[in-house]
Design a protein around this ligand. Structure first.
Ligand SMILES: [Zn+2]
Length: 417
């Protein structure tokens, strides 16, 4: 890579990193960001092809290509077939030009990945992390792990575009602060971005784990779809909504928080939130375990439930299927409201296989109007444990690689202190 960061390691570039960090010598051409959007599909193209696609003049296209080449975001990619004379050079998006960090924190685990600008993990760290230990020890572990990943990859802050973090609780996305997270004592209102930004002056974006998983599942398994509903069924229940290829967060980031919606026809079971008959109280992993225990079936964890179902335990299979039906009652409403092309069921209980999905399908197809369900598919998640880190990195990439922010970062070279 001729434009690798090794030539730009002076601390003077920190100010650029704070706004996205794509600046390079000779950059600052307006409209280069727009050109980059076209090339983010990874296809190499010649100047003539880009001029044709954009309707821009050849000289304008050349200026924009030069700006992107200087930033490293674009790289030469061989030559096109010659039509007589010298074969024209081709250029392609260079995802390795910079790196992104994706952090996925759960109740008891922490996964961190260093990815390229296409969201592909380059290296990863995973460890047992107790989220209830509070923000300081957990985020200090995150900081130490990121430092190690960057060191091992030979990358420094001038290469780092941003850090994305998923947390297992409600998050005010605009401020990156958790909001009364039930399983995260000490985290309420904590300034998570500030904790990280004391070490790296880059954008730090925070969201709840379900939104992060929805993004990860969308980009890795279903990138061709525009409208997708991701539902996590684990100890709790929640949903992430992709609408028009964008994550739908709502006014304060609470969109998709289905756990405490009243489940129709559900028994009056008391929920941790104080209400009765919430979806989470009757159809979560926690609810299934309580139900099985009361019927004399020993199960302590979601993995126990999955193992029982896979092992052919009829009571467990019935309990999971009934949870699926109850989820289906709420999801039928969601399908009418959002008209997704695909509903993806993830989370640890989804690993129980067909029992859960069958229960959901039974009700959603029975209750929704044919127009909404004619092409609707309901499937299990495929990305597994990597969905979190890839989704967290994707959140940062989508934020940083918009045409406007790329132009801004290319132009901000002049404001380097
Ligand atoms: Zn509740």
């Amino acid at each position: 890579m001729p434009h690798s960061a090794s030539v730009r390691r002076s601390p003077a570039h920190h100010a650029v990193a704070a706004t996205g960090g794509f600046g390079g010598p000779g950059s600052g051409t307006p409209g280069a960001g727009e050109l980059l959007q076209l090339l983010r599909d990874g296809q190499p193209r010649t100047r003539a092809e880009l001029a044709r696609l954009t309707g821009l003049g050849r000289s304008t296209v050349s200026l924009r290509i030069d700006a992107l080449l200087a930033s490293g975001l674009l790289a030469p990619s061989g030559e096109a077939a010659s039509t007589g004379g010298r074969p024209p050079a081709r250029f392609a998006f260079n995802p390795r030009a910079r790196v992104v960090v994706g952090v996925d924190l759960g109740a008891t685990h922490g996964n961190i990945a260093l990815t390229d600008l296409a969201g592909q993990p380059l290296s990863e760290v995973a460890d047992d992390v107790d989220i209830s230990a509070g923000p300081i020890p957990v985020l200090d572990w995150v900081v130490a792990s990121i430092r190690r990943l960057l060191d091992e990859a030979g990358r420094d802050v001038t290469d780092l575009v941003g850090i994305g973090i998923g947390l297992p609780g409600p998050v005010e996305h605009s401020s990156g602060r958790p909001m009364r997270p039930p399983i995260m004592p000490g985290w309420d209102g904590y300034d998570v971005p500030h904790h990280l930004r004391r070490h790296w002056d880059v954008p730090v974006l925070v969201d709840n784990d379900v939104n992060i998983m929805a993004l990860g599942e969308h980009v890795t398994a279903h990138p061709e779809l525009d409208h997708l509903l991701f539902v996590k069924v684990a100890t709790g229940v929640g949903a992430g909504i992709i609408s028009g290829r964008q994550l739908l967060r709502g006014a304060v980031g609470a969109a998709g928080d289905l756990g405490h919606v009243a489940a129709p026809h559900a028994p009056d079971i008391l929920c941790t939130c104080g209400n009765k008959g919430c979806l989470e109280a009757v159809a979560s992993g926690h609810a299934i375990i309580k139900h099985l225990n009361s019927a004399g079936v020993p199960a302590k964890t979601n993995s126990d439930v999955v193992a029982l179902v896979r092992g052919g335990n009829i009571a467990a299979a019935q309990a999971v299927r009934q949870a699926g039906r109850t989820l289906g009652e709420v999801l039928a409403t969601c399908v009418s409201l959002l008209n997704p092309e695909l509903v993806v069921i993830g989370g640890s209980i989804a690993q129980a296989g067909e029992s859960l999905i069958a229960g959901i399908r039974e009700v959603v197809y029975g209750r929704s109007l044919p127009l909404a369900t004619a092409h609707l598919q309901i499937v299990s998640a495929t990305t597994g444990s990597q969905a979190g880190v890839i989704g967290a990195a994707t959140m940062v990439i989508q934020h940083a690689l918009t045409a406007d922010r790329v132009d801004e970062a290319l132009a901000s070279k002049s404001s380097v202190r």
